[in-house]
Design a protein around this ligand. Sequence first.
Ligand code: DAH
Length: 340
Amino acid sequence: MEHLLQKIAALKAEIVSFQDADAEVFRIKYLGSKGHVKIIMGEMKNVAVENKKEAGQFLNEFKLFAESKYENLKALSNNETPDKLNDIDLTLPADILPLGSRHPISLIKNKIISIFQRLGFTVAEGPEIEDDFHNFTALNLPENHPARDMQDTFYISQNPDWLLRTHTSSVQVREMQKGNLPIRIICPGRVYRNETISARAHCFFHQVEGLYIAENVSFADLKQTLYFFVQEMFGKEVKLRFRPSYFPFTEPSAEMDISCMICEGQGCSVCKKTGWVEILGCGMVHPNVLDNCGIDSNKYTGFAFGMGIERITMLKYQIKDLRLFSENDQRFLKQFTSAV
Ligand code: DAH
């Protein structure tokens, strides 16, 4: 259907700029038995049943348009004054402008935000160009800490203190420094890492960071929050599990897996035959991090988590190659109209 509309638009443009005043040449080219109008009318048979009515209207209007141009050319060649108004038919529908759609990453990001907003989280944002303190040092990663190597960093050559943030955990630090407690935020945003681009890795991607700090926040609160998130995002039948892990900014730390929704736990290439896929890292905010940001770690506790939006989008829409997200191929992008 769209293809047909494009063809009609192209032919209309051609007719508008038809310079040859010879009406007969025009008639043969457009209205003759082998002319464009006949040919394009023949395409009706390829149009899907549900679009036939609309396509028929467009084709009829196009035919009228070509016929009125012919009448004008005839009038011209007979030295009559052409009916100027007839030349521009104001009742014709405008050419269809293609409509854009939301990027799948934005759709899923918005869905994540709305789930956490229902639990009272608000959105906080921070800069993509960060300094070492907010991206590393404050998060209990002092200079020369080996865990800095977990994330391959792009440094800004003019000033080695500046870098492209490697995670949205830097926004945690900025919010904690403001000191407005309790804190209950999620921080969506783009992050950068010096990785070779492949189907599974990219030098930029998107994360959502979560942070809750108040008195008496416990690991049970973290589990319940993430349990709610998984059920809302992936459905009630999806299972989840926590595995002990290590992050310098949380203690204890964990990674959270969900049961693979592609093979339903049977084992496939997405879950590497384990039946589980990792979707985020989390833990209780390390007392050093609270202290570094000016929060009394004897009074307050908190949990944090960080997830990759690409990973979740790929699972939701069963997309196998991360590069599709940044190639701007409309054939890919047009398929996403709303969050599933
Ligand atoms: N910043 C981590 C990363 O980019 C993700 C993460 C893990 C964030 C644990 C957290 C957390 O807040 O508690 O790999």
